[in-house]
Ligand binder design. Structure first.
Ligand SMILES: [Zn+2]
Ligand SMILES: [Zn+2]
Length: 269
């Protein structure tokens, strides 16, 4: 692991937002900001990341309303639910090790593009926006805050290839925003497993068994704690649930999962 990329220090150092428009002020007479998602890859301070309109929050209120509106979801896996249910059928049949799963929205426009930029196009500043959206979603949900945020770790090999750990960037931003420590030095990923596409649910779970472990010194620090794992996208849940099970086996009292986006339900298998 490159210690310059991830540290276990509590994330309390101040980091201000770039200058933007004062709250509530618009400048309709000015031209639209010169950026588009997936385009030239630059951002003007004060422009909405989605529509390019002027805002002080990187996501303007209309876009927030349209794309980040809360909706009823399964409390364990964040799949959208209808009809007042609290838990989806799959989680009723097989309760996952995650107590509460929080997400901002389904994985679709504009989150797919924002997360791709964040993850692969070296746009770490998007952690500000994505972390802010998660914090707002948590407040709306009334979710009890965890004692610390723990990124779902990459293996050292994957981190070396990518050079950038998006889950850590999110966890660190959440820590700053919500006054909680973010810890990348508790959980480690020992191996990656094969790509999960095409695998059955059972195969996905089996191939990841033992993929995570606690780093030296961590067990004593996590005992009895309420932690939240953090990642950018939740797809099958196999990876995050294996990480959660590892934490619970180490004596963690409760594991929640905070992700920016949730993919739609997979086909039953
Ligand atoms: Zn907008
Ligand atoms: Zn569920």
């Amino acid at each position: 692991m490159n210690p310059g990329l991830r540290t276990g220090e509590p994330s309390s150092e101040p980091r201000g937002e770039p200058p933007g428009e004062p709250a509530g002020r618009r400048r309709p007479g000015l031209p639209r900001p010169l950026r588009f998602i997936g385009g030239a890859g630059f951002t003007l301070a004060g422009s909405c990341e989605v529509c390019g309109g002027w805002t002080d929050r990187r996501l303007c209120p209309p876009c927030r309303q349209q794309y980040a509106a809360p909706q009823p979801r399964c409390r364990h896996c964040a799949l959208p639910l209808a009809g007042g249910q609290a838990v989806c059928g799959q989680c009723l049949r097989t309760p996952p090790p995650v107590q509460r799963c929080l997400c901002v929205a389904d994985y679709g426009f504009p989150w797919d593009r924002l997360i791709l930029r964040f993850k692969h196009h070296q746009a770490p500043e998007l952690a500000l926006l994505l972390g802010d959206c998660l914090a707002v979603a948590a407040r709306h949900d009334g979710l009890p805050l965890p004692e610390a945020f723990v990124p779902v770790p990459l293996s050292d090999q994957r981190l070396a290839e990518r050079g950038y750990d998006q889950a850590w960037q999110l966890a660190r931003q959440l820590g700053r925003r919500l006054q909680r420590p973010a810890r990348a030095d508790w959980l480690q990923r020992r191996f990656d497993g094969r790509p999960q596409a095409g695998l059955s649910r059972r195969e996905r779970l089996t191939q990841l068994r033992g993929a995570f472990g606690l780093r030296a010194g961590a067990p004593a620090q996590v005992q009895g704690r309420h932690l939240a794992l953090v990642d950018d996208v939740l797809t099958t849940g196999a990876t995050a649930f294996e990480a959660a099970a590892t934490l619970l086996a180490a004596g963690v009292r409760q594991v929640d999962l905070w992700v920016v986006a949730r993919t739609p339900a997979p086909a039953p298998d």
